[in-house]
Ligand binder design. Structure first.
Ligand code: BG6
Length: 487
């Protein structure tokens, strides 16, 4: 569909995600004429706001995000607020009346996106009530968008999924992993499958190892309550990191359609070598930030943050070694690491190629700088190739072929949420997580959290502003590898 039409219903419309990401995304979709100019947004929340209060909030959000000073009244006139109690059936009936009226006003043809951007404990209740009270019984389509976290472990995710499935089919469910909306994450497939230079080498004969780093400088901020029950493993590894692994390791899909791509990703997750509780210490390192310094600023330890236990065992950092037991990847470690309060905000993928059988330009025992393909996901977007070339009168020297900054125009690339919302409205679920992916990644992750809960592996610490605990270096050293590039 060219300019999809729908009413977008946002649960949790007074919250942070709506304000920081969703309103600006809707604004850009309308401005860029991607979705129909006949759109309506209904904000749902506990607070007793009026339409005007809501519209002012939307307007603030857009001015902040876009630095836009244009007249916004026309745009915000499409926004409506509906005070709501998620457990009260009457709330749903009233909401339905409002939606039916707006359908008439904006000719949205009964199409509805229900975006759940709020506390996960209500996801199931809301989904079920939407169906029970008739909100999904229109002449158009209904889709439900679920923010993470999708469960807390496999059993809770299964329970949540069952609740949602009572009201929506799998193909109506859009589980968000916002990493899948990032331009350079989507680029992984393109780089792999449209280059004769990489595709033939993309296997265990030519690749030594793959490293994925997603580091943040921010600490836990005001999310202590959530994070204490989550930790980096559930917050980042179960979803974002494993999704990147799947995209890097999948076989070429037969076609570029949703089912084919998802089924290839699922196969990777099925081939992930399970780590038993007793093996966890050999494959995973967990760390927690202590105090430290970054850019001249003193930073406090995780345990001193708000809503964090003085004796917290929650990991703010995870490094791990993953093995994929299939023909393509047997023997190639995928190293991942992610953490808060690290030295830089950066997500990148490093593909290290194997050394050539003999190098004429280096003496015996000297290390030849390896060929690397680096995919820069953020903040810079682009790719860098590390090659060896004769340079400055010398013999072989490492050089970088850099396709970044001026090639990828970061300013005009749509934001992750903008792309995902647009995809959902068009009915394209490719860049959303299928239930099978969710289930498999929890199955992989659960024994790791179990082992940690039982104290089967040590919780290390690392100073805020560093690149993580030294134990993570040793994890690679055991395989004669190291985190690259080393500067
Ligand atoms: C979220 C996590 O899913 O991803 C946050 O809950 C984390 O803790 C964020 O900060 C990182 O996303 P990005 O896009 O900034 O890399």
């Amino acid at each position: 569909e060219k300019h999809p039409k729908a009413i977008i219903v946002i649960f949790g419309a007074t919250g942070d995600l709506a304000k920081r990401k969703l309103f600006p995304s809707i604004y850009r979709l309308v401005e860029n004429n991607k979705i129909s100019q006949e759109f309506a947004v209904v904000g749902v929340g506990r607070r007793p706001w009026s339409n005007d209060e809501f519209r002012n909030n939307v307007s603030d959000s857009i001015q902040t995000a876009m630095k836009e000073s244009k007249e916004l009244d026309d745009f915000t006139s499409h926004f409506y607020y509906h005070p709501f109690d998620v457990t009260n059936p009457t709330s749903y009936l009233e909401l339905n009346n409002l939606l039916n009226n707006l359908d008439g006003t904006y000719e949205t043809e009964g199409n509805r996106v229900f975006f759940l951007a709020m506390a996960p404990e209500f996801f199931g209740t809301i989904a079920q009530n939407l169906k029970k009270q008739g909100l999904t019984a229109t002449n158009g389509w209904s889709r439900i968008v679920i923010e993470k976290p999708f469960g807390h472990d496999l059993p809770s995710a299964q329970k949540l999924n069952q609740e949602i499935r009572e009201a929506f089919n799998e193909d109506q469910i859009y589980r968000i992993d916002h990493y899948l909306g990032k331009e350079m994450v989507q680029n992984i497939e393109v780089i792999r499958f449209s280059n004769a230079l990489f595709e033939p080498l993309w296997n265990n004969r030519y690749i030594s190892n793959i490293q994925i780093t997603s580091s943040e400088t921010l600490g836990v901020e005001d999310r202590g309550r959530y994070y204490e029950n989550s930790g980096a493993l559930r917050d980042m590894v179960q979803n974002h990191m494993l999704q990147m692994v799947a995209l890097l390791a999948m076989e070429p899909p037969i076609k570029l359609n949703t089912n084919e791509i998802r089924s290839e990703k699922v196969k990777v997750l099925r081939a992930l070598r399970a780590v038993s509780e007793d093996e966890v210490k050999d494959y995973f390192i967990r760390g927690q930030y202590s105090n430290g310094e970054l850019d001249g600023k003193q930073l406090i330890a995780y345990r001193d943050e708000n809503n964090v236990d003085d004796d917290s065992q929650t990991e703010t950092y995870v490094a791990g070694k993953l093995l994929i037991d299939n023909f393509r990847w047997a023997g190639v470690p995928f190293y991942i690491r992610t953490g808060k309060r690290m030295a830089a905000k950066s997500t990148k993928i490093v593909v290290q190629f194997k050394d050539i059988p003999m190098n004429l330009y280096y003496k015996k025992g000297e290390t030849v700088p390896p060929n690397l393909l680096i995919i820069n996901i953020q903040p810079d977007e682009g790719i860098t190739l590390h090659l060896n070339v004769k340079k400055d009168g010398g013999n072989s020297k490492p050089v970088k072929l850099d396709l970044s900054n001026n090639f990828f125009d970061g300013i005009n690339t749509p934001e992750a949420y903008e792309k995902l919302l647009y995809d959902c409205m068009r009915g394209d679920a490719t860049n959303f997580t299928h239930w099978d992916e969710v289930a498999l990644s929890w199955s992989f992750v659960d024994p790791i959290s179990e082992a940690w809960k039982k104290g089967k592996a040590e919780l290390t610490t690392y100073p805020s502003g560093s690149m993580g605990p030294k134990e993570a270096d040793e994890l690679l050293k055991d395989d004669d590898n190291e985190w690259l590039p080393v500067n």
